[in-house]
Design a protein around this ligand. Structure first.
Ligand SMILES: [Zn+2]
Length: 184
């Protein structure tokens, strides 16, 4: 059970993974995260998310192609390790080839700490310019969010904690909104 939960940390150094395992065994992972990231956010609707992403794009990526859609998506699941997606649909419109771009953010980020939403938004925005997870991609992420790497790691810890809570408590967590069964 725990092994699969920790699979979102694949690729990170083993000593770091061992530390996380220790925190989990001590039952302290959630507490650590709440201490470190007490701040929530009020971006709860697709409209608010769209505005938020557009503002960031206007600030850092003005020249990137326009976004046609930005939404929270309840079908993106941790098991697929897809926290967000970006799609590019090309179609011919008025004799011109137009690329339509969409960003979908996993619905669990509605209730996540603000810095973690910022991380996933920056990640998907950066994909408008850089497709691969290469050094140019991460440089762009860090340009928009200097603490990007730490936040990506901590977001993975947050997902592990959510996963563990879901396994131990089948009902709604106190302090969180009820989520439909189809989402995380
Ligand atoms: Zn990516």
């Amino acid at each position: 059970m725990e092994k699969s939960v920790l699979s979102v940390l694949n690729g990170y150094p083993q000593p770091l993974i061992d530390q996380v395992r220790q925190l989990i065994d001590q039952g302290k992972l959630g507490e650590r995260l709440r201490q470190r990231y007490p701040q929530t956010h009020d971006i709860r609707t697709d409209r608010a998310l769209y505005d938020h992403v557009q503002a960031l794009k206007a600030r850092y990526m003005r020249s990137a192609p326009p976004l046609s859609k930005v939404v929270f998506d309840g079908t993106l699941r941790l098991t697929q390790q897809a926290l967000g997606t970006h799609t590019r649909i090309s179609r011919v419109q008025g004799g011109q080839l137009k690329a339509k771009r969409e960003i979908r953010i996993a619905r669990l980020f509605r209730l996540a700490p603000e810095p973690m939403l910022a991380m996933i938004v920056v990640h998907e925005l950066a994909h408008l310019k850089e497709r691969e997870h290469d050094s140019a991609f991460y440089a762009l992420c860090q340009h928009m969010l200097p603490d990007y790497h730490q936040l990506e790691f901590d977001t993975r810890l947050y997902l592990i904690d959510q996963d563990l809570q879901a396994q131990t408590t089948p009902t709604t967590q106190p302090g969180s909104e009820p989520e439909p069964a189809s989402s995380l």
